[in-house]
Ligand binder design. Structure first.
Ligand SMILES: [Zn+2]
Length: 92
């Protein structure tokens, strides 16, 4: 009993170092930026943020920061670029 419990804890420790085992299907959170607090959601691979930048660009610094925090735990279709339209127009 005790040794199997230790095994579970060891497995949990190993899993915790393997974030690619986890994929967030949806998210809802509050992001406290330098100037304001924003509400961010992820549903069906689509982001939403209440900041003004997102309203114009469908991308923003909050989503970019979350991608850096969560990395491989975000689904493929939730990976975004900052200013994707501008980047593609200067593609080489
Ligand atoms: Zn934002």
């Amino acid at each position: 009993m005790h040794s199997s419990l230790i095994g579970k804890v060891e497995k949990a420790n190993r899993y915790s170092r393997e974030p690619d085992r986890v994929t967030f299907e949806s998210l809802a959170l509050t992001f406290r930026g330098d100037n304001d607090t924003h509400r961010v959601t992820l549903q069906d691979g689509a982001w939403d943020c209440t900041c003004h930048f997102f309203a114009s660009w469908h991308s923003c610094v909050h989503l970019l920061a979350l991608q850096k925090m969560l990395g491989v735990m975000l689904p493929e279709d939730a990976q975004i670029e900052l200013l994707p339209a501008e980047r593609s127009s200067v593609a080489v």
